[in-house]
Design a protein around this ligand. Structure first.
Ligand code: GAR
Length: 197
């Protein structure tokens, strides 16, 4: 069984897609061992609780400085003894120590086709605002390994999504989630859990 810890910051629709995929067998040989949120009260924590998964909050405001926050984050992850860490809308730049310690064992979902609309400042709705502002006709989502940079790690999988006439950042975000993110992330976890990657 692959032990998976999921890190979240918000609504947790990607977390939900993972929970559902484990429940219905789309993700095989996988146990969701802990959900870690940096946002107290994030709806993702409720999703975890409903699914019987332990939820933990590690919030920057509860620590005196960044260094102790990072220590707390690493401790919360270590305690779960994960084989894989999934960043599912986790809007925290990971401490280098964590990236090194779990090298090759951290994956992230990003809501664009990397290398477009990624890196510092590109997260959540901002990514879709930028894609629409640039006038691209195709966007999508990317799952990649996490390295020391922001969205620079090796790409594992990508799925394209067409932009439609009249799209707003919100409608585009929703379509990218439905057509790409919620499919791609469970697929990649299943592949890792079953030695296909
Ligand atoms: C998702 O669209 C995810 O790709 C994005 O945040 C959203 C979280 O939604 N992540 C990033 O932008 C990371 N750079 P969710 O909480 O409903 O899964």
């Amino acid at each position: 069984m692959l032990r998976v810890a999921v890190c979240v910051s918000g609504g947790g629709t990607n977390l939900q897609a993972i929970i559902d995929a484990v429940a219905n067998g789309t993700i095989r040989n996988t146990q969701l061992v802990r959900v870690i949120s940096n946002k107290p009260g994030a709806y993702a924590l409720e999703r975890a609780a409903k699914a019987g998964i332990e939820g933990v909050t590690v919030a920057r405001k509860d620590f005196a400085d960044k260094e102790s926050f990072h220590k707390g984050l690493i401790a919360a992850i270590d305690a779960a003894e994960p084989d894989l860490i999934v960043l599912a809308g986790f809007l925290v730049v990971l401490p280098q120590e964590l990236v090194k310690k779990y090298s090759g064992k951290i994956i992230n979902i990003h809501p664009s086709l990397i290398p477009s609309f990624c890196g510092d400042g590109f997260y959540g709705l901002k990514v879709h605002e930028a894609a629409l502002a640039r006038g691209v006709k195709v966007t999508g989502a990317t799952v990649h390994f996490v390295d020391e940079g922001t969205d620079t790690g090796p790409i594992i999988a990508q799925k394209a999504v067409y932009v439609q006439e009249g799209d707003t950042p919100e409608t585009l975000q929703r379509r990218v989630m439905e057509e790409a993110e919620w499919i791609l992330l469970p697929q990649v976890i299943d592949q890792i859990a079953n030695g296909q990657l």
